[in-house]
Design a protein around this ligand. Structure first.
Ligand SMILES: [Mn+2]
Length: 372
């Protein structure tokens, strides 16, 4: 039983006696205390709903909408499906909505067919749950479809999340929202099975860059261990579906991006750009470029990698990665109306590719100079 460390304590699953409830509560208050300490020490923000409070709301209501952000990634979709499946097994009515619906790339996720675009006319819900979504607006057109929801739950790991909603868990120390969903499910004894495990594994694997990024902790591996063992997962098969099943056009896209690569500040800043024309010529889908920025980050001298993508609405989507805590790309992106994590952030900025590139790189240059 004592196989999980303090950070992973999520209490025993199954039916809860009062004794067990007390035990769970003890552990959760220790967890909350640890986060409070982190907050003072490391500048973390933790808005303090407990798993118990959220668990209670999940049990006491019937109609749920589980949502995540536009241009969803593996963490967003895996977390949505995992929580939705657990709620379904609990006998709840659940809609799993995303502005983009299911993505081709993630269609292998168990029960991916549950993920749909919201209907034009919304539905009534007791509870709307936003996952992995730092800014409520980033829920896109799902927001209007759940407008009548009585209670909002916000579960996320983005530092920049302001804590919208009635019940909020924002834990920036978590490398993936999937990790928080795992703790919620386990601490509350919510239903868990193979399909839920596989969705959570995909969420955590993708948001940690295959268990490589700095927030990957012993706790992350302990959770992965439980997912693989208790969910009876085939890791090789999931990895192949996640990382070795790209369409050919992704490589063609990378070839084009590499042609535009720029290095500045003694090669400490690297960037590439994707124009609408190139995207159109290659028939690129939005999900095709997920992770390509890692090719820039992988260069030894590079501290900050930036990806500029021209959008159809007169804006440019900027993705930024940092390899140095002293260079906070979330702060840079917030200056331009975006947000994210210290080491991975983004923004959408009005202007032409050239204008935005110039403005943003100037800002990054300043921060990199200051940080070194
Ligand atoms: Mn995430």
């Amino acid at each position: 039983m004592a196989k999980t460390s303090e950070c992973c304590s999520h209490g025993p699953a199954g039916r809860l006696s009062w004794e067990l409830l007390e035990l769970v509560e003890d552990r959760l208050s220790a967890y909350a205390e640890r986060l409070r300490r982190d907050k003072q020490g490391g500048g973390y923000k933790m808005t303090a709903s407990t798993f118990d409070e959220i668990g209670r709301v999940l049990r006491e209501h019937q109609n749920f909408a589980v949502l995540s952000h536009v241009r969803p990634d593996g963490d967003a979709l895996g977390s949505q499906l995992a929580l939705a499946l657990s709620l379904q097994k609990l006998g709840k009515d659940v809609r799993v909505w995303n502005e983009d619906g299911t993505l081709e790339k993630y269609s292998f996720l168990p029960r991916a067919e549950l993920l749909t675009k919201p209907p034009v006319t919304g539905l009534d819900f007791d509870v709307a749950i936003a996952l992995d979504t730092a800014i409520q607006n980033r829920l896109g057109n799902t927001l209007a479809a759940v407008a009548s929801a009585k209670i909002w739950i916000n579960i996320d790991h983005h530092l920049s999340n302001p804590g919208y909603g009635d019940l909020v868990i924002v834990d920036p120390s978590a490398p993936a929202t999937g990790e928080i969903i795992f703790k919620l499910i386990k601490s509350q004894g919510l239903p868990f099975d193979h399909d839920i495990a596989e969705n959570l594994y995909a969420a955590i694997s993708t948001d940690t860059g295959s268990f490589q990024y700095p927030k990957t902790s012993a706790c992350t591996f302990e959770i992965a261990e439980e997912l693989v063992r208790d969910g009876n997962l085939d890791v090789g098969k999931i990895s192949q579906q996640l990382y070795e099943s790209y369409p050919r056009r992704r490589l063609e896209l990378l070839r084009e991006l590499l042609q535009t690569t720029r290095f500045i500040e003694q090669d400490r800043i690297a960037s590439f750009t994707l124009s609408l024309k190139t995207a159109g010529d290659l028939r690129v889908l939005p999900e095709d470029n997920e992770g390509l920025i890692d090719h820039l980050r992988a260069i030894r001298s590079v501290i900050v990698a930036v990806f500029f993508e021209e959008l159809t609405d007169g804006k440019v989507r900027v993705s930024m990665r940092s390899k140095d805590e002293a260079v906070d790309v979330c702060a840079i992106c917030q200056k331009f109306g975006g947000g994210g994590h210290t080491l991975a952030a983004g923004a959408r900025i009005r202007g032409s590719l050239a204008e935005v590139e110039e403005k943003v790189l100037e800002e990054v240059r300043e921060v990199v100079k200051r940080g070194s």
